[in-house]
Write a protein that binds this ligand. Structure first.
Ligand SMILES: C[S@@+](CC[C@H](N)C(=O)[O-])C[C@H]1O[C@@H](n2cnc3c(N)ncnc32)[C@H](O)[C@@H]1O
Length: 226
Protein backbone atom coordinates (compact mmCIF):
# COMPACT_ATOMS: atom_id res chain seq x y z
CA UNK A 1 0.00 0.00 0.00
CA UNK A 2 1.45 3.33 -1.01
CA UNK A 3 -0.75 5.89 0.71
CA UNK A 4 -3.27 6.25 3.46
CA UNK A 5 -6.09 8.74 4.11
CA UNK A 6 -7.93 9.04 7.39
CA UNK A 7 -10.89 10.90 8.91
CA UNK A 8 -10.28 13.27 11.80
CA UNK A 9 -11.49 10.67 14.34
CA UNK A 10 -9.64 7.80 12.62
CA UNK A 11 -12.83 5.77 12.10
CA UNK A 12 -12.68 6.00 8.30
CA UNK A 13 -9.48 4.89 6.59
CA UNK A 14 -8.61 4.54 2.96
CA UNK A 15 -5.51 2.75 1.69
CA UNK A 16 -4.20 3.17 -1.80
CA UNK A 17 -2.96 -0.05 -3.33
CA UNK A 18 -3.85 -3.43 -4.73
CA UNK A 19 -6.31 -5.25 -2.48
CA UNK A 20 -4.91 -8.66 -3.38
CA UNK A 21 -2.73 -7.92 -0.33
CA UNK A 22 -4.33 -6.38 2.75
CA UNK A 23 -1.24 -6.24 4.96
CA UNK A 24 -2.27 -3.23 7.12
CA UNK A 25 -5.50 -4.99 8.17
CA UNK A 26 -5.25 -7.36 11.12
CA UNK A 27 -6.43 -10.96 10.80
CA UNK A 28 -10.09 -11.44 11.82
CA UNK A 29 -10.60 -7.72 12.48
CA UNK A 30 -13.29 -6.97 9.88
CA UNK A 31 -16.99 -7.59 10.63
CA UNK A 32 -18.44 -7.18 7.15
CA UNK A 33 -17.04 -6.87 3.65
CA UNK A 34 -19.33 -5.05 1.21
CA UNK A 35 -17.79 -4.55 -2.18
CA UNK A 36 -18.41 -4.21 -5.85
CA UNK A 37 -15.41 -5.35 -7.92
CA UNK A 38 -15.00 -4.11 -11.50
CA UNK A 39 -17.54 -6.05 -13.52
CA UNK A 40 -16.71 -8.47 -16.29
CA UNK A 41 -17.45 -6.07 -19.12
CA UNK A 42 -14.89 -6.59 -21.83
CA UNK A 43 -14.50 -10.33 -22.22
CA UNK A 44 -16.57 -12.68 -24.28
CA UNK A 45 -17.20 -16.37 -23.87
CA UNK A 46 -17.20 -18.85 -21.03
CA UNK A 47 -13.45 -19.21 -20.59
CA UNK A 48 -13.04 -15.46 -20.14
CA UNK A 49 -15.91 -15.37 -17.61
CA UNK A 50 -14.42 -18.37 -15.82
CA UNK A 51 -11.00 -16.64 -15.56
CA UNK A 52 -12.63 -13.53 -14.13
CA UNK A 53 -14.48 -15.54 -11.45
CA UNK A 54 -11.37 -17.53 -10.52
CA UNK A 55 -9.22 -14.41 -10.24
CA UNK A 56 -11.67 -12.82 -7.84
CA UNK A 57 -12.25 -15.90 -5.71
CA UNK A 58 -8.64 -17.08 -5.57
CA UNK A 59 -6.58 -13.92 -6.21
CA UNK A 60 -8.54 -11.69 -3.83
CA UNK A 61 -10.56 -14.20 -1.76
CA UNK A 62 -7.55 -15.41 0.23
CA UNK A 63 -7.14 -12.02 1.93
CA UNK A 64 -10.93 -11.56 2.39
CA UNK A 65 -10.83 -14.82 4.28
CA UNK A 66 -7.90 -13.78 6.45
CA UNK A 67 -9.20 -10.35 7.53
CA UNK A 68 -12.87 -11.28 8.03
CA UNK A 69 -14.01 -12.38 11.50
CA UNK A 70 -15.01 -16.09 11.52
CA UNK A 71 -18.73 -15.19 11.71
CA UNK A 72 -18.48 -12.17 9.41
CA UNK A 73 -20.29 -11.65 6.13
CA UNK A 74 -18.84 -11.18 2.69
CA UNK A 75 -21.26 -9.30 0.41
CA UNK A 76 -20.30 -9.18 -3.25
CA UNK A 77 -22.19 -6.99 -5.69
CA UNK A 78 -21.58 -8.61 -9.04
CA UNK A 79 -22.89 -7.85 -12.50
CA UNK A 80 -24.04 -10.39 -15.00
CA UNK A 81 -24.53 -9.79 -18.69
CA UNK A 82 -25.21 -11.21 -22.06
CA UNK A 83 -21.96 -11.41 -24.03
CA UNK A 84 -23.61 -11.30 -27.44
CA UNK A 85 -24.15 -15.05 -27.52
CA UNK A 86 -25.66 -15.90 -24.11
CA UNK A 87 -25.99 -14.87 -20.47
CA UNK A 88 -22.94 -16.19 -18.65
CA UNK A 89 -24.36 -16.70 -15.15
CA UNK A 90 -21.55 -14.90 -13.32
CA UNK A 91 -23.18 -15.41 -9.91
CA UNK A 92 -23.02 -19.20 -10.33
CA UNK A 93 -19.43 -19.14 -11.64
CA UNK A 94 -18.25 -17.04 -8.72
CA UNK A 95 -20.15 -19.13 -6.18
CA UNK A 96 -18.53 -22.28 -7.52
CA UNK A 97 -15.02 -20.83 -7.20
CA UNK A 98 -15.65 -19.45 -3.71
CA UNK A 99 -17.18 -22.73 -2.56
CA UNK A 100 -13.89 -24.47 -3.40
CA UNK A 101 -12.11 -22.30 -0.86
CA UNK A 102 -14.60 -22.90 1.94
CA UNK A 103 -17.18 -20.14 1.43
CA UNK A 104 -20.91 -20.90 1.34
CA UNK A 105 -23.56 -18.75 -0.36
CA UNK A 106 -26.10 -17.74 2.32
CA UNK A 107 -28.32 -15.13 0.66
CA UNK A 108 -28.91 -13.99 -2.83
CA UNK A 109 -30.68 -10.82 -3.88
CA UNK A 110 -30.41 -8.45 -6.75
CA UNK A 111 -30.91 -5.01 -8.00
CA UNK A 112 -31.87 -4.60 -11.62
CA UNK A 113 -30.91 -1.46 -13.40
CA UNK A 114 -33.76 0.40 -15.05
CA UNK A 115 -33.08 2.72 -17.97
CA UNK A 116 -29.95 0.74 -18.83
CA UNK A 117 -27.53 2.49 -21.18
CA UNK A 118 -26.59 -0.87 -22.58
CA UNK A 119 -27.98 -2.94 -25.34
CA UNK A 120 -29.19 -5.65 -22.98
CA UNK A 121 -32.07 -4.31 -20.96
CA UNK A 122 -32.36 -4.56 -17.20
CA UNK A 123 -28.81 -5.34 -16.39
CA UNK A 124 -28.83 -7.55 -13.36
CA UNK A 125 -26.62 -6.95 -10.32
CA UNK A 126 -26.45 -9.83 -7.87
CA UNK A 127 -26.06 -9.32 -4.13
CA UNK A 128 -24.31 -12.43 -2.87
CA UNK A 129 -23.78 -13.04 0.83
CA UNK A 130 -21.09 -15.58 1.64
CA UNK A 131 -20.03 -16.99 4.97
CA UNK A 132 -17.43 -19.48 6.00
CA UNK A 133 -18.40 -23.12 5.75
CA UNK A 134 -20.27 -24.13 8.95
CA UNK A 135 -21.53 -20.56 9.64
CA UNK A 136 -24.99 -20.62 8.12
CA UNK A 137 -27.56 -17.84 8.49
CA UNK A 138 -31.30 -18.40 8.69
CA UNK A 139 -32.93 -17.56 5.32
CA UNK A 140 -34.83 -14.25 5.37
CA UNK A 141 -38.55 -14.04 4.81
CA UNK A 142 -38.13 -10.99 2.60
CA UNK A 143 -36.28 -10.99 -0.68
CA UNK A 144 -33.53 -8.44 -1.25
CA UNK A 145 -34.70 -7.01 -4.52
CA UNK A 146 -34.72 -3.54 -6.10
CA UNK A 147 -35.43 -2.01 -9.50
CA UNK A 148 -33.41 1.19 -9.57
CA UNK A 149 -31.86 3.57 -12.05
CA UNK A 150 -28.10 3.69 -11.92
CA UNK A 151 -27.23 6.23 -9.21
CA UNK A 152 -25.47 9.36 -10.26
CA UNK A 153 -21.95 8.69 -9.16
CA UNK A 154 -19.57 11.46 -8.20
CA UNK A 155 -18.90 13.57 -11.33
CA UNK A 156 -15.18 12.72 -11.17
CA UNK A 157 -15.77 9.01 -10.76
CA UNK A 158 -14.86 6.70 -13.61
CA UNK A 159 -17.13 3.96 -12.26
CA UNK A 160 -20.76 3.25 -11.58
CA UNK A 161 -21.72 3.34 -7.92
CA UNK A 162 -23.77 0.89 -5.87
CA UNK A 163 -27.12 2.51 -4.94
CA UNK A 164 -26.95 3.73 -1.35
CA UNK A 165 -30.27 2.08 -0.27
CA UNK A 166 -28.79 -1.27 -1.29
CA UNK A 167 -25.60 -0.73 0.74
CA UNK A 168 -27.64 0.47 3.72
CA UNK A 169 -29.75 -2.69 3.72
CA UNK A 170 -26.79 -5.05 3.33
CA UNK A 171 -25.10 -3.46 6.34
CA UNK A 172 -28.30 -3.64 8.40
CA UNK A 173 -28.88 -7.29 7.49
CA UNK A 174 -25.40 -8.23 8.72
CA UNK A 175 -25.74 -8.57 12.45
CA UNK A 176 -22.09 -8.46 13.39
CA UNK A 177 -20.89 -5.06 14.56
CA UNK A 178 -17.41 -3.79 13.82
CA UNK A 179 -15.42 -2.42 10.90
CA UNK A 180 -16.75 -2.57 7.35
CA UNK A 181 -14.24 -3.23 4.57
CA UNK A 182 -14.55 -2.29 0.89
CA UNK A 183 -11.51 -3.63 -1.00
CA UNK A 184 -12.70 -2.01 -4.28
CA UNK A 185 -13.61 1.35 -2.79
CA UNK A 186 -14.13 3.41 -5.98
CA UNK A 187 -15.74 6.74 -5.09
CA UNK A 188 -16.37 5.53 -1.54
CA UNK A 189 -20.13 4.91 -1.53
CA UNK A 190 -19.87 2.09 0.99
CA UNK A 191 -17.77 4.38 3.19
CA UNK A 192 -20.41 7.12 3.07
CA UNK A 193 -23.18 4.76 4.11
CA UNK A 194 -21.03 3.10 6.80
CA UNK A 195 -20.12 6.52 8.21
CA UNK A 196 -23.78 7.56 8.39
CA UNK A 197 -24.50 4.39 10.33
CA UNK A 198 -21.69 5.22 12.76
CA UNK A 199 -19.58 2.28 11.58
CA UNK A 200 -15.84 2.14 11.16
CA UNK A 201 -14.84 1.76 7.52
CA UNK A 202 -11.68 0.65 5.73
CA UNK A 203 -11.42 1.17 1.99
CA UNK A 204 -8.75 0.03 -0.46
CA UNK A 205 -8.45 1.57 -3.90
CA UNK A 206 -5.79 0.94 -6.52
CA UNK A 207 -6.35 3.97 -8.75
CA UNK A 208 -4.83 7.16 -7.27
CA UNK A 209 -7.47 9.37 -8.98
CA UNK A 210 -10.30 7.34 -7.50
CA UNK A 211 -8.62 7.31 -4.10
CA UNK A 212 -8.59 11.10 -4.21
CA UNK A 213 -12.26 11.24 -5.23
CA UNK A 214 -13.21 8.97 -2.31
CA UNK A 215 -10.99 10.91 0.10
CA UNK A 216 -12.64 14.19 -0.92
CA UNK A 217 -16.18 12.78 -0.64
CA UNK A 218 -15.44 11.35 2.80
CA UNK A 219 -13.41 14.35 3.98
CA UNK A 220 -10.31 12.27 4.65
CA UNK A 221 -6.85 13.73 5.09
CA UNK A 222 -3.69 12.21 3.75
CA UNK A 223 -1.73 10.61 6.57
CA UNK A 224 1.66 12.27 6.69
CA UNK A 225 4.53 10.07 5.57
CA UNK A 226 2.23 7.46 3.99
C1 LIG B 1 -16.95 -0.87 -9.61
S1 LIG B 1 -15.78 0.22 -8.92
C2 LIG B 1 -16.40 0.41 -7.27
C3 LIG B 1 -17.43 1.48 -7.19
C4 LIG B 1 -17.81 1.79 -5.78
N1 LIG B 1 -18.65 0.74 -5.22
C5 LIG B 1 -18.52 3.13 -5.72
O1 LIG B 1 -19.64 3.18 -5.26
O2 LIG B 1 -17.95 4.13 -6.18
C6 LIG B 1 -14.39 -0.81 -8.68
C7 LIG B 1 -13.16 -0.08 -8.14
O3 LIG B 1 -12.16 -1.07 -7.85
C8 LIG B 1 -10.89 -0.51 -8.15
N2 LIG B 1 -9.93 -1.62 -8.30
C9 LIG B 1 -9.76 -2.43 -9.37
N3 LIG B 1 -8.82 -3.36 -9.11
C10 LIG B 1 -8.39 -3.15 -7.84
C11 LIG B 1 -7.43 -3.79 -7.00
N4 LIG B 1 -6.71 -4.82 -7.43
N5 LIG B 1 -7.25 -3.31 -5.75
C12 LIG B 1 -7.97 -2.23 -5.30
N6 LIG B 1 -8.89 -1.59 -6.06
C13 LIG B 1 -9.10 -2.03 -7.32
C14 LIG B 1 -11.13 0.31 -9.42
O4 LIG B 1 -10.11 1.29 -9.59
C15 LIG B 1 -12.52 0.90 -9.12
O5 LIG B 1 -12.41 2.16 -8.54
Amino acid sequence: MTGCYESRDGRLRLFRGDSRRLDPIATGSVAVIVTSPPYWIHGRGRSSAERYARDLAVGFGREWRRVLAPDGDLWLVIGDRHDGAEWLGMDALLTRWLRRSGWRLQSKGFWAQTRSRERWDNRVNYLLRFRREGRAVRPRSTTLCWMLPLPRSHPDSLWDAIPEPVVRTLLEVSKRRGPVLDPFAGAGTVGRVAARQGREWIGVERDPRMAQVAARRLRLRRVRGS
